[in-house]
Design a protein around this ligand. Structure first.
Ligand code: ZN
Length: 278
């Protein structure tokens, strides 16, 4: 899509999670996509008009390229291709002057798209308060300690707070805390105390966050499956999960093996090991 000109946009319905903005297709058609980037969980396509197309995959959204472009499939992991769930179709002419079609498919429609006005990226409600990128080099122990200083909230809540670290969701927070041997119920501010113990904990957590995200990207993410399990429930790809959705199973920390516990924090499931996560 980067460098391509949008010939037309076809919408299969008036909304996804939210209604499309006014004249959505008309405002994109005819524009060139100057850059493609990401901020937190948002995909951003900067248009030649100055507006930015902001896209969020929700739980089950995916893009696929229906074109003869070599290598286009390399970016697509197996997901739904049911035409009934193809909600947005971008017809493009690539920078190599090839026609291409990019299709947004979303069975559960928790994803959404909107347009950010020219010059509005820093002030847009969805973007202006976002915190540190978890994959950036600046996320380390001292930074985390400073960010959590004085916070009485549980670590789980502090890590899910998108104003502190942007883009960490429930699964990866559970996974990172298990690797770092830290309890999700521990006060976040305890990582900011003076002395080497707190500093080591903060460093270990920062490292765990970066590793969990890097491995998840390598594995193709952990999106909700499009297809039901045989018992009718929806499940996540969980090939690499240590504790998430593993209540009662043994903790994989070497030498531990205690059963994984599930608790509810702020209305969401937390999975952790009471034995080795303190
Ligand atoms: Zn354990």
């Amino acid at each position: 899509m980067a460098g391509a000109r949008v010939e037309s946009v076809a919408l299969g319905r008036p909304d996804l999670r939210f209604p499309f903005p006014e004249r959505f297709a008309e405002r994109i058609a005819g524009q060139r996509i100057e850059t493609l980037s990401r901020r937190a969980k948002y995909l951003l396509a900067e248009l030649s008009s100055g507006e930015t197309l902001l896209m969020h995959l929700g739980m089950s959204g995916s893009f696929r390229a229906a074109s003869g472009i070599a290598g286009a499939d390399a970016f697509h992991h197996p997901r739904s291709k049911l035409a009934a769930h193809d909600h947005v179709i971008f017809d493009l002419v690539t920078s190599d002057n090839e026609p291409a079609r990019v299709i947004y498919n979303d069975p559960r429609r928790f994803g959404f798209m909107t347009l950010v006005e020219a010059g509005g990226r820093d002030t847009h409600p969805l973007l202006k308060d976002l915190g540190m990128e978890p994959t950036g080099n600046r996320l380390d122990g001292p930074w985390l300690a400073a960010a959590f200083a004085g916070k009485r909230t549980p670590l789980k809540a502090a890590l899910l707070d998108q104003r502190i670290i942007a883009g960490l969701g429930n699964i990866y927070v559970c996974e990172a805390l298990n690797r770092a041997s830290l309890s999700p119920t521990r006060e976040a501010g305890t990582l900011s105390r003076r002395g080497p113990v707190a500093a080591r904990r903060a460093e270990k957590l920062a490292t765990a966050i970066r590793e969990v995200i890097a491995e998840a990207i390598q594995a193709g993410g952990s999106s909700l499956r499009d297809h039901m399990r045989t018992d009718g429930t929806l499940g996540y790809f969980q090939h690499t999960f240590r504790v998430y959705d593993r209540e009662g199973e043994p903790c994989p920390t070497p030498g531990c093996g205690a059963p994984v516990t599930r608790i509810v924090q702020s209305g969401r499931s937390t999975f952790y090991c009471r034995h080795c996560q303190r």
